[in-house]
Design a protein around this ligand. Structure first.
Ligand SMILES: [Zn+2]
Length: 208
């Protein structure tokens, strides 16, 4: 076996959904996974967009990004969001802001997956990326076992805004990974609007 083949075993680019090394699309998914991915219908004029259904390979890839530290997945998701924005002609915003994690959670995970995605997206779209402006000030418990009302109560008042002048009258694109009840995104959006943002469009990779 040549040295290149050996190196390829370690460095081969694998599908984000199933780890297969067969040819991947520009977002890092193989053909089989691509066929399982469900693109959602979005309507113009609304202020909340979800690209895919949170299921199968998409769920797997987001999970790996978050918990297996596959930070480079963030770049591919940024490309996916970029294409969605261009195809749907919704690039009318000034700044990109990620839904933040509480500093303790970010410290434990080592990164905020939404921040990585938002950062790369800002490079692709040549828009300003704002970090540390929207802040998760309350370390809220995990919401996985909560219903909609529980989630709303859980996140209430958990976001704050720093350097308000940076978002004053600005059109904001708020990036989140998964939209479940919408409680988190709605609360984050509320904090931005209450602190002077002109408009907030929410965009998530997937909807549960
Ligand atoms: Zn795959």
């Amino acid at each position: 076996m040549s040295i290149n083949k050996i190196l390829n075993l370690f460095w081969a680019i694998r599908c984000m959904g199933c780890k297969n090394t067969s040819s991947l699309n520009r977002y890092g998914f193989c053909k089989e996974c691509e066929q399982k991915m469900i693109y959602l219908e979005n309507h113009s004029g609304i202020e909340t967009f979800h690209i895919l259904m949170y299921d199968g390979p998409v769920k797997e890839a987001i999970h790996r990004l978050k918990y297996n530290r596959k930070k480079y997945y963030g770049k591919r998701f940024a490309l996916l969001i970029h294409d969605f924005i261009i195809n749907n002609d919704i690039d009318d915003f000034d700044v990109i802001i990620p839904v933040p994690l509480h500093w303790k959670k970010e410290f434990l995970r080592g990164f905020n997956q939404c921040a990585i995605i938002a950062f790369y997206l800002s490079k692709l779209l040549k828009k300003r990326y704002l970090s540390g402006v929207l802040v998760k000030c309350k370390n809220t418990p995990s919401q996985t076992e909560m219903d909609k009302t529980g989630r709303e109560k859980n996140v209430k008042g958990s976001f704050s805004v720093k350097k308000r002048y940076l978002i004053k009258s600005k059109k904001v694109l708020l990036i989140d990974d998964v939209y479940t009840s919408g409680a988190t995104a709605k609360e984050a959006k509320k904090a931005l609007l209450e602190n002077g943002a002109g408009k907030v469009v929410v965009l998530t990779i997937a909807k549960a």
